[in-house]
Design a binder for this molecule. Structure first.
Ligand code: BGC
Length: 477
């Protein structure tokens, strides 16, 4: 593989493929982030109750849950490219419907349609990227998708900021059609993934794509043979996939994948992404425009810390970053909880709220943000990877929806302070979960993960055990 990797450095084709597919991440980020500014105006124009407000914000998540659940089979049946092409059209249709919707039910339907498109993209785009990337670049290229999500969020904040003084919430949504059209045009240029071509009986097409990726006939043929062998192995196991997923050997990976996916949401990231201007408003930033400006600071910090995280994931490792990130997130949530304690409110408090939110975002950006998506693409054995990661993706969207739906009601019933303290407490429990159950996958090949599961040793010992083994060897030498 290393020879193939070295040679693939001569080709930039797979980078272009990954970048085009990652535009899906921009749409994911834009379409989930844009509502944070738009909701301030929709709420006032339609006199929404907190519950109706929560529904408008979370309609997209309900759609995404459906999209993530359905896309595993569709991607295998119709191919990654055709599904993404159809998806870009769904993005455009849903965006336009939301932008022109005259009533709340129509706006909600438009947002559900956009949500379906996001759910499909959140599963298929990383899958496509991982299938066209040479091994050595796969971690960075999969995380490129998370970077694209943050770019999308930042763009949505900029657009919200631009249109806020005009109160033009419809334009805030409509602008999202632009990246969707660019995505559509880019996809027309892409081939499907070699792995899908092999799995659907088109070996010649697969070989042709591999030759462009590796820029060398012999290496492309070797890669082709490896893909064919693994597709054959997978096919012979497919009948028992669901049962296999819940078998004693694989269950620990399922628990870690779903656990991380849920933890990423129940620590409250999206209360900040979707409701940042609302929270800033509560903290004392008076006008909608100032609140959206403060929110842009959140977007910039998010983007910068995601870039900062990319090289650390493979050097420091997943576990230390996850533990440090969660500790920082819990601390900032408790700070927010303090800032919002009744009676504590003073002029300086809004700056404390801003600082706490920035620290929270920075910590998420180098931990649970990219590492959750990365780990759910690497911990499952090949035979159950599709099922396992689409189940984790769906759990992520499901818990995202529960948090968005309950956030404003929780604030109304218990108050902001208790709500943030609750997320902080969940963050601390999450640290225990990571400490005891999540393995270290840095520098461990996918085959080693599979082999470890077969031994029956605790899944959490993976990586750590290998490291101590290495330490012992070093001492012996
Ligand atoms: C999460 C999303 C979140 C986004 C923010 C993703 O990893 O899954 O729920 O909105 O990060 O960048």
């Amino acid at each position: 593989m290393s020879l193939a990797d070295a040679n693939s450095a001569k080709s930039t084709y797979f980078i272009v493929m990954a970048i085009i597919a990652a535009i899906a991440g921009i749409l994911f980020g834009y379409d989930t982030g844009v509502v944070s500014g738009a909701i301030l105006f929709i709420r006032d124009s339609f006199h929404l109750s907190p519950q109706a407000n929560g529904l408008v914000v979370s309609a997209v998540l309900f759609g995404a849950l459906l999209g993530a659940l359905g896309s595993g089979r569709l991607a295998d049946r119709f191919g990654r490219k055709r599904l993404l092409l159809a998806d870009s059209l769904i993005f455009i249709a849903g965006t336009l419907l939301t932008a022109v919707g005259a009533t709340i039910p129509i706006i909600i339907i438009g947002r559900i349609i956009v949500g379906i498109a996001i759910g499909v993209a959140s599963y298929v785009a990383p899958l496509y990227i991982s299938e066209v990337s040479p091994t050595r670049y796969r971690g960075a290229l999969v995380s490129l998708n998370q970077l694209a999500i943050t770019v999308g969020i930042l763009l949505s904040y900029l657009v919200d900021y631009y249109f806020a003084p005009l109160g033009e919430w419809r334009w805030m949504f409509a602008v999202g059609a632009l990246p969707a059209v660019i995505f559509l045009l880019g996809l027309l240029y892409l081939p499907d993934s070699p792995r899908w071509f092999v799995a659907s009986g088109k070996p010649a097409a697969a070989l042709q794509v591999l030759q462009r990726i590796y820029a060398d006939h012999a290496l492309a043929t070797r890669e082709f043979n490896a893909i064919r062998a693994s597709v054959c192995r997978e096919k012979s196991h497919q009948a028992g996939s669901w049962r296999l997923l819940f078998s004693a050997t694989i269950r620990p990976t399922l628990m870690v994948g779903i656990g991380l996916a849920i933890l990423q949401q129940v620590t409250g990231i999206n209360t900040i992404i979707y409701y940042a201007p609302t929270i800033f408003g509560m903290a004392g930033f008076q006008s909608a425009t100032t609140a959206i400006l403060a929110t842009m600071g959140v977007g910039v910090v998010f983007f910068l810390f995601t870039i900062f995280a990319l090289p650390l994931i493979d050097t420091l490792g997943r576990r230390p970053l996850l533990l440090a990130g969660l500790a920082g997130m819990a601390l900032s949530l408790f700070t927010l909880s303090y800032v919002f304690l009744p009676g504590v409110h003073t002029a300086g408090m809004k700056w404390a709220a801003l600082a706490a939110m920035l620290v929270f975002i920075a910590c998420f950006a180098f931990s649970l943000g990219p590492i959750m998506w990365l780990m759910i693409s690497e911990i499952y054995p090949l035979r159950v990877r599709g099922l396992g990661s689409s189940l984790a993706t769906a759990s992520n969207w499901g818990s995202n929806m529960v948090v968005a739906l309950t956030f404003l009601t929780l604030v109304q019933v218990c108050g902001v302070s208790i709500t943030f303290a609750l997320y902080g407490a969940i963050g601390m429990l999450g640290m225990l979960f990571i400490y005891y159950y999540v393995p270290e996958t840095k520098g461990v090949s996918l085959e080693q993960i599979e082999a470890h599961l077969e031994t029956g040793l605790a899944f959490s010992q993976l990586g750590r055990q290998q490291l101590s083994h290495q330490a012992a060897l070093t001492q012996e030498l």
